[in-house]
Design a protein around this ligand. Sequence first.
Ligand SMILES: C[S@@+](CC[C@H](N)C(=O)[O-])C[C@H]1O[C@@H](n2cnc3c(N)ncnc32)[C@H](O)[C@@H]1O
Length: 292
Amino acid sequence: MKSPYSTISQIQAFFERKGIRAQKKFGQNFLIDGNMVDYIINAAKPLFSERDITLAEIGIGLGTLTYPILSLEIETDLFEIDFAYIQLAKEEILPIFPKAILHEGDALENLHHIFPKNVFIFGNLPYHLTTEIINTIMIQCRSFQGGIFMVQKEFAERLVKETSSLSVFLSAFCEIKYLKTVHKNCFFPIPKIHSALILLAPKDPKTRDHWTPQSSQEVEIWSRMLRTLFWGKRKQIQVSLRESPFSEDPPFREALGKALLLSEIPPTKRPEELNNKQFLTLGQHLLDVLTK
Ligand SMILES: C[S@@+](CC[C@H](N)C(=O)[O-])C[C@H]1O[C@@H](n2cnc3c(N)ncnc32)[C@H](O)[C@@H]1O
């Protein structure tokens, strides 16, 4: 089923009727391209392998994605901050889709509702929130089943092509795939830049190289290790180890030094020169050293 507000004229009529307009502060550029909506749903469907899977959509707006998602008739948690679209959901969406659960307010404060679920997540997110929301999901959703997110094109390209603190951090939790570039004309109002769809797929626990931090304490160590190594642009690891504010506590610095030796990573290397596997090995050794 399609949202009744998925074309420019339908959206403009809705805005006029309610006396509202798209709010920049909430990153409101609504998807209006039906082919892209179909693409997202078709890319996601084959990934719903778990029998007790639930879905979630962060930032429902005018429901362009929400209607087709809810038409799958799977329990779905919806998140929205703007009163206009909360009201729209209550009046027009919830009455026809009994499997929808609406969480009103800032998604970052409400995401805990899905932490324990086997959840697949859709998000055409406000760009300024993308990193924080994806990080929170990776850290907290222990049964994350995957997600498709609309992000800035440049952000997506950097995530898949470059070695950065964020790309390595995420590599312990999921595989990241660049699905498709989305032209800025697919949105209303038209944003300044193009977007892209990325797929975050959970790592297969059966693969030999699989490693993921298990507890929140382990996640914190993994994150601290990366913040230390990526401190300062293009610095050698030995320099960051000595000077980064994240390595100030001497036992941590000593442990990271030992882990580097055990992982056979030369301290003269720059973090950008390492691959994800080397970082994961380093993370494992660091945990071993710290918990001995
Ligand atoms: C880019 S629009 C996408 C809307 C719709 N999903 C679509 O594809 O057309 C982002 C949506 O996220 C909502 N939003 C912004 N900040 C939010 C937050 N912190 N928590 C929940 N929703 C938020 C906005 O109000 C808006 O509806």
